[in-house]
Design a protein around this ligand. Structure first.
Ligand SMILES: CC(C)(COP(=O)(O)OP(=O)(O)OC[C@H]1O[C@@H](n2cnc3c(N)ncnc32)[C@H](O)[C@@H]1OP(=O)(O)O)[C@@H](O)C(=O)NCCC(=O)NCCS
Length: 282
């Protein structure tokens, strides 16, 4: 009988086996690597559940909440995985439902996940529907237009041991991406920058950009409801941060429904993302 319970660091030993099967392309080989994945501060204690069968952990789900001015609080399932030897026995369904229960309790009214095409039908079976494909945009840092306006002041929040609350946010940007990038910088010490954009004393926008191993920079930027008219400033100033990071190119992911707002801000190259966003009202 499978039991769903909160995860603890000791579970990482069993999870190595899960990761070697479900994340084989990422090359996990040590328990320490699995612990590192679970150590970040983005990682809320309530957002990690594991499935245990006969004393062994055979699956997990990782999730959290972020604020979205258009949609309210949205739950994000960052990852779910079941040991390949235990798949198709409803363990994934149990983990998904348990995560949804916690997210509902925390005030979320919908859940969003990003799935590889291979697992898309799993999500459909558990009641999610696929949103349109997202767009990946990419540009050389030198080609990012400058946005010099005194109306919007850029500030860089101090990289403390805590993820700035302003970064657990999405509105126009791809849900979860800003927080993931900020976590790479704050939790894992990767080279990057966090930005807050102010109009007067009000927060109008946020941004984060991180240098990746292949020397490209990944960024996400967003605006509050009030800051909507300054979307171009938040987006382009954040993307321009790639020049300081000496990145060869700079890219981001934009949800289909907001691509039109971003499309003409710069001469991006755009392609469809491989992974698919799926969502369910809870
Ligand atoms: C996706 C995953 C978590 C599903 O776990 P699981 O325990 O096998 O899922 P369940 O047994 O609860 O499956 C529920 C239904 O979905 C179907 N299903 C499960 N995985 C599927 C897949 N990859 N493709 C199509 N259908 C799938 C099951 O057959 C079952 O159908 P049924 O209700 O008709 O019997 C698991 O396959 C996995 O770890 N995949 C690799 C990691 C991954 O891609 N994660 C998603 C990232 S967001």
């Amino acid at each position: 009988m499978v039991k769903i319970r909160p995860g603890i660091m000791r579970d990482c030993k069993d999870l190595l086996m899960v990761y070697m099967g479900t994340h084989w392309a990422d090359g996990y080989t040590t328990v320490e690597q699995i612990k590192t994945v679970h150590r970040g501060i983005i990682f809320n204690k309530w957002g990690w559940l594991v499935a245990e069968e006969k004393g062994t952990v055979v699956g997990e789900v990782i999730f959290r909440i972020e604020k979205n001015p258009a949609l309210g609080r949205i739950g994000i399932i960052r990852d779910i995985g079941v040991d390949v030897r235990f798949q198709k026995r409803k363990i994934g369904t149990k983990l998904t439902r348990a995560a949804e229960d916690v997210l509902r309790e925390k005030g979320a009214n919908r859940v969003l996940a990003t799935t590889p095409p291979e697992a898309r039908n799993y999500w459909i079976k558990v009641g999610y529907f696929a949103k349109g494909m997202s767009h990946r945009i990419e540009i050389s840092p030198a080609k990012v237009p400058a946005r010099k306006t005194k109306a919007v002041i850029t500030s860089q929040p101090k990289e403390t041991k805590k993820l700035p609350t302003s970064m657990s946010f999405s509105h126009i940007g791809y849900p979860g991406l800003l927080a993931e990038i900020a976590s790479e910088i704050v939790d894992y010490g990767k080279k990057g920058r966090l930005f807050e954009y102010y109009v007067g004393k009000s927060l109008a926008g946020v941004g984060a950009i991180v240098l990746q191993d292949d020397k490209s920079a990944l960024f996400s930027a967003d605006v509050t409801k009030r800051g909507l008219e300054h979307l171009d400033v938040a987006l382009l100033r954040t993307a321009k941060g790639a020049s300081n990071l000496r990145a060869k190119k700079v890219c981001s992911v934009i949800p289909k429904e907001h691509f039109a707002l971003v499309q003409n801000l710069a001469p991006w190259r755009s392609t469809l993302e491989r992974d698919i966003p799926v969502t369910r009202l809870i």
